[in-house]
Ligand binder design. Structure first.
Ligand SMILES: Nc1ncnc2c1ncn2[C@@H]1O[C@H](COP(=O)(O)OP(=O)(O)OP(=O)(O)O)[C@@H](O)[C@H]1O
Length: 404
């Protein structure tokens, strides 16, 4: 599920200036999202405070994690449009991440940044001026992860606050080293919860993860910048361009899937038959599903599950009210509109063994009822004996597996 937290009409005539008759800015463009916030002037009647944003988005992040889902919340927008303000806040105006941390004690925290396509641990200790880059790997079931990333157990808010501050200051220090602010890296703050539960009298665990992502700002490289700056800009653009391609491809696949689902349901309603399978890489219209180039950037690789898999994902698109930002604003809104079409498949992350036992128990019940039906419909012992025997064997084998 994707939620884009913005809904508005973009009016190029905001301050009455138009470049030329017939300019596209004369048109009123409409975009629909789930929430829209105006936080330019605190005196305005429709002013959205950080608290309001937390109430709408942060609370659903925490609720989803408590149910056992992976959640991702990321802020996208041009430089200076308020991503860090929304995600982290300021000393006077607490943002989403510290508010979520406040309610996330007894969990594991990790904090990394992606800078020039390299992953750095932001919680490796203050003495480490230049942290070593870490490798991204992919687990066949758990998906991409960062090898060697430090995990920190948090048991009260003071610890959480301390880690958050440490990570933010390390991020800024790393960026200052190359003469710029935090906008030059993508930061991912992760919280992992493990809940012990009892299911079918068996002890089990539900593990859920929250990814809070503050992306670097999108901007054009200025040829007058020094070489380091240009390299950073190129890497930021590369990952944001890849993010755009991934979002578009996922949105296209989701739309293809939903249209083939509706065609299938129309056909099956019509003649009672079922057509095709959604796991096929061909849609019912015969079009091939797009390849998703997750591995083209570290950012999209690490966010693979958040973007197109097992996660409930919220995208916050931040825009500037300034007329001079018209093009950037339009591009951000188009990005977010695409993202809104993505349909993820979140599932509760329960213990694999407990899931297997539940599935086997369900299969035993199903086979037992088939066996019963079969015996009732075929009372002749000579005819049913052989099949009864094979059903009973399967039931017995499953019962042995459950007990093992
Ligand atoms: N809604 C807001 N209310 C008050 N101040 C804001 C708001 N949005 C942004 N600011 C302020 O504007 C400045 C730029 O915002 P911020 O750092 O969040 O931008 P950003 O999108 O993260 O930029 P970058 O991509 O460069 O990191 C900061 O000083 C921030 O505190």
């Amino acid at each position: 599920m994707f939620i884009s937290s913005l809904a508005l009409q973009l009016d190029g005539r905001l301050d009455g200036r138009v470049e030329a008759p017939g300019d596209s800015r004369e048109r009123l463009l409409e975009f629909g999202f789930d929430y829209c916030y105006w936080s330019v002037n605190p005196e305005a009647p429709n002013y959205a405070s950080q608290e309001e944003v937390f109430h709408d988005l942060g609370v659903s992040v925490l609720a989803g994690a408590a149910e056992g889902y992976n959640i991702c919340l990321f802020a996208y927008g041009q430089t200076g449009s308020g991503k860090t303000y929304t995600m982290m806040g300021t000393p006077d105006s607490t943002g989403l991440t510290p508010r979520i941390c406040q309610l996330s004690i007894f969990s594991y925290f990790s904090f990394l940044e992606i800078y020039n396509e390299r992953v750095r641990d932001l919680l490796r200790g203050n003495d480490q001026k230049k942290p070593t880059p870490l490798r991204v790997r992919e687990h066949p079931e758990k998906g991409p992860y960062v090898q060697g990333l430090s995990q920190h157990v948090v048991s009260d808010y003071k610890q959480a606050e301390h880690l958050l501050k440490e990570g933010i200051s390390n991020r800024i220090t790393a960026a200052t080293h190359v003469h710029d602010a935090s906008s030059r890296s993508h930061a991912i703050f992760s919280i992992q919860y493990t809940q012990a539960i009892l299911e079918n009298n068996l002890p089990s665990e539900i593990v859920s993860k929250i990814n809070l992502v503050d992306l670097a700002g999108s901007e054009r490289a200025d040829p007058h910048y020094c070489r380091d700056r240009i390299t950073e800009g190129a890497n930021i653009n590369k990952s944001l361009v890849t993010l755009g391609i991934v979002i578009s491809a996922l949105a296209q696949n989701s739309q293809m899937c939903s249209s083939s689902q509706s065609i299938n349901s129309m056909l099956s309603e019509g003649d009672g038959s079922t057509v095709g399978s959604h796991s096929s890489s061909l849609s019912s219209s015969g079009r091939r599903h797009c390849f998703i180039p997750y591995r083209d950037s570290v950012l999209t690789w690490l966010l693979k599950d958040s973007l197109g898999g097992n996660s409930k994902t919220i995208m916050i698109a931040t825009i500037s009210p300034s007329y001079s930002s018209y093009n950037e604003t339009l591009s951000t809104l188009r990005y977010a509109a695409h993202a809104r079409n993505i349909v993820n498949k979140p599932r509760v992350n329960e213990d694999a063994n407990v899931r297997l036992i539940r599935d086997l128990r369900e299969e035993i019940d199903r086979l037992k009822s088939m066996l019963l039906n079969f015996s009732m419909r075929n009372p002749s012992p000579s005819l049913s004996d052989e099949r009864d025997g094979s059903f009973s064997d399967i039931v017995l084998q499953n019962e042995i597996k459950v007990c093992a």
